[in-house]
Design a protein around this ligand. Structure first.
Ligand SMILES: Cc1cc2nc3c(=O)[nH]c(=O)nc-3n(C[C@H](O)[C@H](O)[C@H](O)COP(=O)(O)OP(=O)(O)OC[C@H]3O[C@@H](n4cnc5c(N)ncnc54)[C@H](O)[C@@H]3O)c2cc1C
Length: 415
């Protein structure tokens, strides 16, 4: 009998495992991938994290943990160079190496195992897992389950199926660079990074590039000091108890904090655009106010767009399309049988301790580290916030305070 079984091993549940490690809790985590990997398709050279290295898997809960980013640096003999580097933001590749380093040290992580069912037995859960290589199935019993299955790529149905989602970019880059014209759809950080990467590639001088955005301006990520306080336990606690309609409205107000482009990426793009020769300028187009309605494919792609303000149809022909069109929560099918209460289209009801609300009262819990935007606001996907979330979950599972949670640590008062 386990205390907690986790479904999915992304950074959220990996952090949970790292924090559970020194506690007496019996935990086990499953992931269908062969080994730990974090967004491999977006490991673009020079891409940076948007959150400080202090928001590693454990520091905000326990800076003395052996799984801190600083301890990782020491293990690879890089601590002094990092001290002279003097930066809070690290590269995405280095953060990924850190996550892998943590994953190799935890013995409660099982890879190549897909969770295919969870059944409530009345006083516990039976978790059915399948070995993705051999097809062998096994059942595990646990008092509590945490769902951390992350999100999956979202591409509109009206786009041809050969359009590439940005999560495949690195794997498809060589193939893309053999084309004459590439179009990128979307206006968030991923679209900007791909545009910059192609703009600065060796093929750039003779490559035609088109960047299509629905919005009028390319929003900058909110990096203002007080503005960032919405990524704090205080704001998340406040947000969680608001009425549904107020939360729905609030979520839509935070696009800059969630989907904005980092100032450094925008600066780098502008500098490269500024340096283009007149010839090259004709080959690079940044097109705003265009909602892509349909993408078809024959010998090339045909993009049909509508101008959001002039209501006119525009078309473009291109050789390849990268859709940086976002994600939707990856919800396992078996949750249908668990009497979960939903409050939005796909959003489950989740309480302040990250327990998923079920229509039957139980003393064994289902927790979520994913699909939390409507219940916990814009910080749902934020790596720093995931640490305090993991503290609350472990305290709740243990029935006592294993980690003390820092509350009211912001200057702004929200309630
Ligand atoms: C390119 C990119 C950069 C980002 N950078 C930052 C950043 O700098 N700072 C920040 O705060 N946030 C960032 N984010 C947001 C967020 O941190 C990430 O999306 C993060 O990966 C979310 O972690 P997760 O654990 O919820 O899910 P995921 O990383 O998506 O992991 C979910 C895992 O569940 C597994 N799984 C799913 N279903 C099953 C099943 N049935 N059985 C077994 N396994 C299953 C999947 O294989 C997957 O490994 C970034 C997001 C992206 C896309």
């Amino acid at each position: 009998m386990y205390d907690l079984i986790g479904i999915g091993i992304g950074p959220m549940n990996l952090g949970l495992s790292a924090l559970a490690h020194p506690t007496p809790l019996r935990t086990l985590f499953f992931d269908e991938s062969e080994q730990f990997s974090w967004h491999p398709g977006m490991m673009i050279k020079d891409s940076m994290m948007q959150t400080s290295f202090i928001s590693d898997l454990v520091t905000l809960a326990d800076p003395t943990s052996s799984f801190t980013y600083l301890n990782y640096l020491r293990s690879i003999n890089r601590l002094h160079t990092f001290y002279f580097y003097e930066k809070l933001l690290i590269s995405r590749q280095e953060y990924n190496s850190y996550l892998k380093w943590v994953a190799t040290q935890l013995d409660d992580l099982c890879f190549s195992t897909r969770v295919i069912d969870v059944q409530d037995t009345g006083d516990s859960y039976e978790v059915l897992v399948e070995d993705v290589k051999t097809g062998e199935r096994k059942t595990y019993e646990t008092r509590n389950v945490v769902i951390g299955t992350g999100a999956k790529p979202s591409i509109p149905d009206t786009f041809d199926s050969s359009v590439i989602h940005n999560t495949q970019y690195v794997m498809e880059k060589e193939q893309l660079l053999s084309k004459n014209k590439i179009s990128i759809v979307g206006s968030g950080q991923s679209a900007a990074e791909i545009f910059l990467d192609l703009l600065t590639s060796d093929r750039s001088p003779d490559l035609e590039l088109e960047w299509i955005s629905r919005s009028t301006i390319f929003e900058t990520l909110e990096t203002g000091k007080l503005g960032e306080e919405i990524f704090s336990p205080s704001y998340v606690t406040y947000f969680n108890q608001l009425p549904l309609e107020t939360r729905q409205e609030a979520v839509s107000k935070f696009t800059r904090s969630q989907n904005g482009i980092s100032p450094e990426t925008l600066q780098a793009i502008y500098e490269h655009l500024y340096d283009l020769t007149t010839d090259q300028k004709d080959r690079v187009q940044i097109r705003a106010n265009l909602e892509v309605e349909q993408i078809t494919h024959d010998t090339s792609f045909a993009i049909k767009m509508r101008h959001t303000e002039l209501n006119q149809v525009r078309t473009s022909n291109t050789d390849a399309v990268v859709a940086a069109t976002g994600f939707v929560p990856a919800l396992p099918r078996f949750i249908d049988r668990l009497n979960i209460e939903f409050e939005g289209d796909q959003a489950w009801k989740v309480d302040a301790n990250y327990r998923i609300v079920r229509s039957i009262a139980t003393d064994h819990q289902l927790y979520a580290t994913t699909n939390l935007e409507l219940s916990h606001g814009p910080a749902a996907d934020n790596l720093g916030m995931s640490v305090s979330r993991n503290q609350l979950i472990l305290n709740d599972v243990a029935g006592k305070e294993l980690y003390s949670v820092e509350q009211h640590a912001t200057f702004t008062t929200f309630d």
